[in-house]
Design a protein around this ligand. Structure first.
Ligand code: OFO
Length: 169
């Protein structure tokens, strides 16, 4: 059985994962109307779906442990971006915020001596390491590319490889 404190904290994470899904969905919709970046667009759509999966995993866990998962109201995310580089910078910032939130949840699980939740959260800890690393790599590449349109063309091709690698993980 989840403590009230643990349940509230997990429900807050449900909101964060749901908002993450919205954030990346908005990036996908914006990217879709930019010319020539179909694979970046697909990456954002897929990332949005993954965040929804992260949210659902939490919802099932809360309900399975005798709690009640609350479907949250969501705020509207940023809808447009000055450039693709800005979108990916914002993605990295968002993932760092999510990692901090997961770490905070782990702290609470330990304080509550809730070892089942602590164990469950390790999946999220590992996932955040991957997501942050991926976001940093993409930002580094975009930094190198600068305003080079040919570079962006290759980045869009390259992101297909990232998608394949991610699916294999
Ligand atoms: Fe849910 O991992 Fe990104 O935010």
């Amino acid at each position: 059985m989840l403590s009230k404190t643990m349940q509230e904290a997990l429900n807050e994470q449900v909101r964060i994962e749901a908002e993450s899904s919205q954030v990346y969905l908005a990036m996908a919709s914006w990217a879709e109307i930019q010319p020539g970046i179909d694979n970046i667009t697909a990456f954002f759509y897929r990332h949005s779906d993954e965040e929804r999966m992260h949210m659902l995993k939490l919802i099932h866990f809360i309900n399975d442990r005798g709690g009640f998962a609350v479907v949250p109201a969501l705020k509207q995310p940023a809808l447009t971006f000055p450039s693709i580089k800005h979108a990916f910078e914002s993605l990295l910032k968002h993932e760092i915020m999510v990692s901090e939130s997961i770490n905070h949840l782990v702290d609470i699980a330990l304080q509550e001596k809730d070892y089942a939740t602590h164990n469950f959260l390790q999946w999220y800890v590992a996932e955040q390491i991957e997501e942050e690393a991926l976001a940093r790599t993409m930002n580094d590449k975009l930094e190198l590319i600068g305003d080079d349109k040919g570079g962006l063309y290759l980045f869009d091709k390259d992101i297909l490889t990232v998608s394949v690698v991610e699916e294999e993980l």
